[in-house]
Every structure is written in structure tokens, then in C-alpha cells.
Write a protein that binds this ligand. Structure first.
Ligand SMILES: Nc1ncnc2c1ncn2[C@@H]1O[C@H](COP(=O)(O)OP(=O)(O)O)[C@@H](O)[C@H]1O
Ligand SMILES: [Mg+2]
Length: 242
């Protein structure tokens, strides 16, 4: 085996939703290797969320193989064991958060990992602090704004100290300041990640490769011809490419 196995290796993955004969994922190949930070930009309905759910074992492909952290994933138990090491931020934060308070939600993962109550609480508090959420740690999660929920969901994922992150549209509903915070956090993390977003500027700041999806397959950066020009938006602060 390779000395440093890929974090994610999908080979020939095909997936269709029950009752549909459209392959949302169609003989798809993808690798995410140690240290890689990959952005995924593709139109709505391309299958990006389905791809992440398939990687996590939440959708079962009818064809192909999935290897995570060098291990073949064959059974639901294989995926369960890996979910603490590869953290998925769901597109909809409400799918991630189900505890009464912010602190409970963020401590849930560490508790599940077998930490003592006190260790779990301390890890949660530390993560909450790192994400600038200390002011809302005792708030009722379901009453928070969309942007706040998204950061709490990210805290819940990061509290498990994952080896890799899959982020499904993390900037949706975030205002500029919070987005800057998120950019700083993601750039400070020395772990592999794949990030779905429609925002080129954001993706450009936090990843070093950009992939797309078409007809159920990944287009790698050699295949994505990003046209580049620089201009300034009326409300924009930074020149950017798209
Ligand atoms: N639970 C589901 N049941 C049936 N079809 C679905 C379901 N979820 C998504 N789809 C369909 O699969 C395709 C890909 O969806 P999705 O993975 O959510 O795309 P993206 O995240 O790129 O917007 C779309 O055509 C969508 O309508
Ligand atoms: Mg999606």
C-alpha cells in the first residue's frame, strides 16, 4: 500500500435515486489526497451533495468502490467508523443540529467519540471559542439565524478533530464578516478538505484546486477552464477571478 494513502478514493461510482433512471453519479472517479484542499463548483442539480452523501455512506452507489483513509468501505459499519474522522458539514444546518443548546450540539460529537462529559465539554468550549461563538454557547440552537446555525454546525464537526472535511456550501447565509472569519478558520486548518460552493472568490481563498461536475462525473482542474479577468464589484473589496 502507498505510504500515505489517499483520504478519499472513489472509483467508477454510479448512483441513481430510487425510482429514477438518471445516474446522478455516472462512473465517477475522485481522489482527495493528504493535504489537498479542493473546491467544487458546479450548477445546482449537478450531484454535488449526492457525491458527499455517497462518500459518507449516506447514499449507496449501485456500482463502484469507495476507499477512505486507505480502507475499502463495504458495510455501514465501515462508514460509521470513519464518520468521526471525515467530517461532513451538511448543506442544511438543520440536518446537523438536533440538541437543545449550542454547547450540547458541539459536545455531542466528542461524547460520541467516548470522551468523558468534562472532556467533551472542554473540547466543545474550546471549539466554540475558536469560532467566535462564545456569546451564544447557551442559546437554543433552533432559534439562531441561518448564518449562526451554519457556524455552530461547523463547530460540531470540528469538535471531533477530523482528519478531513467535506463542506457543502458553507458560506450560504453568511454575511461578509462571518465569511472572513470562516476563511481564516479554514486557512488555519492543516487538514484535507473538499468544499462545495458557488462563490468563486471564497473558493479561491481557501482551496488550491477547483473541480467541477458534469454528467455525473468530476472534471479536474486541467479540464475546468476558468477564465480569468480582474475587476472590482460595486460592493466588492477585492479584485477577483471568475
Ligand atoms: N432525495 C432525493 N430523491 C430523488 N432525487 C434527488 C434527491 N436528492 C437529490 N435528487 C436529485 O438528484 C440530482 C442532484 O442533486 P444534488 O446532489 O442535490 O445536486 P447539487 O448538490 O449539485 O445541487 C438533482 O436532479 C436532484 O433533483
Ligand atoms: Mg447541493
Amino acid at each position: 500500500m502507498n505510504a500515505t494513502p489517499c483520504i478519499i478514493k472513489l472509483s467508477h461510482i454510479s448512483f441513481a435515486y430510487p425510482g429514477s433512471d438518471v445516474d446522478v453519479l455516472n462512473n465517477l472517479d475522485l481522489t482527495l489526497c493528504q493535504g489537498e484542499k479542493i473546491g467544487l463548483i458546479a450548477p445546482n442539480g449537478s450531484g454535488k451533495t449526492t457525491l458527499f452523501h455517497t462518500i459518507m455512506g449516506l447514499s449507496q452507489p449501485r456500482q463502484g468502490t469507495i476507499e477512505l483513509l486507505g480502507k475499502p468501505m463495504r458495510t455501514p459499519k465501515d462508514f460509521e467508523a470513519i464518520r468521526t474522522q471525515i467530517g461532513l458539514l451538511f448543506q442544511d444546518a438543520d440536518d446537523q443540529l438536533f440538541c437543545p443548546t449550542v454547547l450540547d450540539d458541539v459536545a455531542f460529537g466528542p461524547l460520541n467519540l467516548g470522551f468523558s462529559k468534562e472532556e467533551a465539554k472542554n473540547t466543545a468550549l474550546e471549539t466554540i471559542h475558536e469560532l467566535g461563538l462564545s456569546g451564544i454557547r447557551d442559546s437554543v440552537t433552533h432559534r439562531l439565524s441561518g448564518g449562526q446555525k451554519r457556524l455552530v454546525a461547523l463547530a460540531a464537526v470540528l469538535a471531533m478533530r477530523p482528519k478531513a472535511l467535506l463542506l457543502d456550501e458553507p458560506t450560504a447565509g453568511l454575511d461578509m464578516d462571518v465569511k472572513e472569519t470562516l476563511i481564516n478558520i479554514l486557512n488555519s486548518l492543516d487538514i484535507s478538505m473538499m468544499i462545495i460552493s458557488h462563490e468563486f472568490d471564497f473558493i479561491h481563498e481557501v482551496t488550491h484546486k477547483i473541480y467541477s461536475m458534469e454528467n455525473g462525473k468530476i472534471l479536474t482542474d486541467e479540464e475546468v477552464h476558468v477564465h480569468q479577468h480582474e475587476h472590482v464589484h460595486r460592493h466588492g473589496r477585492h479584485p477577483h477571478k471568475h
